[in-house]
Design a protein around this ligand. Structure first.
Ligand code: DOR
Ligand code: ZN
Length: 424
């Protein structure tokens, strides 16, 4: 079955295209892009007034399977992803058991091939059990299908271990993704150190702890000449260090999440556990620096850090509550909010959500070039909607954006030429 998307405004940052065009998808690939294509025998989809982009790619999600299926599964997490306009997700390894060996990687890929609504790219652990003491078998993990390495959820505390990881990973062509946190400063903290910690009377997590860890990773990337990707950047000072490192030619890339460019620590001030996340929501000044970094290229990608938890982990005392919030279904609308505020161009937003994550992870997609995978997202920029517990597809309802009036939504998600989600 082939699909002909007619008359949409095609935005493809990989080719610098922003034009009203038809796109023909055949045999799971982009077959043609042009004006008034005939597409004989293809199913025709009227896209007038809509935006067509390369399928969105979320390079940082927690699918919770294996081991925590009451929070999310590969099926429900990828359904939420498809509903949010994503055609691919990369899943972090802090499952139970953690993805620190080829068997777990293969399990995830097998489940995904049977149940997923998007492509699923497993990220494997850097160290066994994410304990920071012994490297995993990078070669085995790569052969099993892992696309990157990370101990996300925890940093690698020892600098020498991280150096070894970068050196070995470089040999295998695997990107290393750093959860940059100086545990000796952050441990026991619950919210940003400053307004939130002082107001709530809780131990704080200082911005400087992120900065110290980011600087360490950058120095190790310089030392090893191996690429490092910084996950969930939340602070102005980390942005400044990354900007400096890029100017030096050090191989570093970075992502941030919608909550860091949308919210500040004030969201947690009512002890709202849905706004408890690690790294924590920061100050207004940090938020502004993140927005600037998204637009000037210091930050390369928007990733959700989708972290579903059930009410068992969230409807409890703030200090006991788990860190994390769901993001797959609101990410696109929150990125479009920056576009509407004039802080990002539409093409830059799509690069951050698709083209750049594909490049960082060295995976297919992120482009509508002829011959690329038939992964496409169709977006209605005008559509107004309100996220509510009842309309989220994720099993996790822990969103600080419930009840917000958002504008812009994916209306069709296409993976390998097949419609995986539609509101049309
Ligand atoms: O808030 C967070 N939640 N931060 C992390 O680093 C891990 C994640 C999770 O797995 O819940
Ligand atoms: Zn994470």
């Amino acid at each position: 079955m082939s699909l002909l998307l007619q008359g949409g405004r095609v935005i493809d940052p990989s080719q610098g295209i922003d034009a009203v065009l038809d796109i023909l998808i055949e045999n799971g690939q982009v077959k043609a892009l042009g004006e008034r294509l005939s597409g004989q025998g293809a199913r025709k989809i009227d896209c007038h007034g809509l935006i067509i982009t390369p399928g969105l790619i979320d390079m940082h999600v927690h699918l919770r399977e294996p081991g925590e299926e009451w929070k999310e599964t590969i099926a429900t997490g990828t359904l939420a992803a498809a509903a949010g306009g994503f055609t691919a997700v990369a899943c972090m390894p802090n499952t139970q058991p953690p993805n620190d060996n080829a068997e777990v990687t293969r399990f995830i890929l097998k489940k995904a091939s049977q149940e997923a609504f998007t492509r699923v790219y497993p990220i494997a652990c850097i160290t066994k059990g994410q304990k920071g003491t012994q490297l995993t078998e990078f070669g085995d993990l790569k052969r099993a299908g892992a696309v990157a390495l990370s101990d996300d959820g925890r940093p690698v505390p020892d600098a020498f271990m991280m150096r070894l990881a970068l050196e070995y990973a470089k040999n295998f062509g695997l990107p290393v993704i750093s959860h940059a946190e100086e545990l000796s400063l952050s441990q026991g903290g619950h919210v940003n150190e400053g307004l939130a910690s002082a107001t709530l009377g809780l131990k704080g997590i200082p911005a400087e702890g992120e900065a110290i860890a980011v600087f360490r990773e950058i120095m190790l990337a310089k030392l090893t000449d191996a690429p490092v990707h910084i996950a969930h950047v939340s602070t102005k000072v980390a942005v400044e260090i990354i900007r400096w490192a890029k100017k030096q030619g050090i191989p570093v890339t970075a992502e941030t999440a919608p909550h860091y460019f949308t919210l500040t620590e004030e969201a947690a001030l009512g002890y709202n556990t849905y706004a408890k996340v690690n790294p924590p929501l920061r100050s207004a000044e940090d938020r502004e620096a993140i927005c600037q970094a998204l637009s000037d290229g210091t930050i390369d990608a928007i990733a959700t850090d989708h972290a579903p938890h059930s009410d068992l982990e969230k409807f409890i005392e703030f200090e006991q509550a788990a860190f994390g919030l769901v993001g797959l279904e609101t990410a696109l609308a929150l990125a479009l909010r920056l576009v509407n505020q004039g802080l990002l161009s539409l093409s830059r937003a799509i690069a951050l959500l698709s083209t750049n994550p594909a490049r960082i992870l060295k995976i297919a997609g992120g482009s509508l070039r002829v011959g690329s995978p038939g992964d496409v997202t169709v977006i209605d920029l005008e559509k107004k909607w309100v996220p509510r517990k009842e309309n989220l597809h994720s099993q996790g309802k822990n969103s600080p954006f419930l009840g917000w009036e958002l504008q812009g939504q994916a209306v069709m998600t296409i993976v390998e030429g097949k419609i995986t989600f539609s509101r049309m």
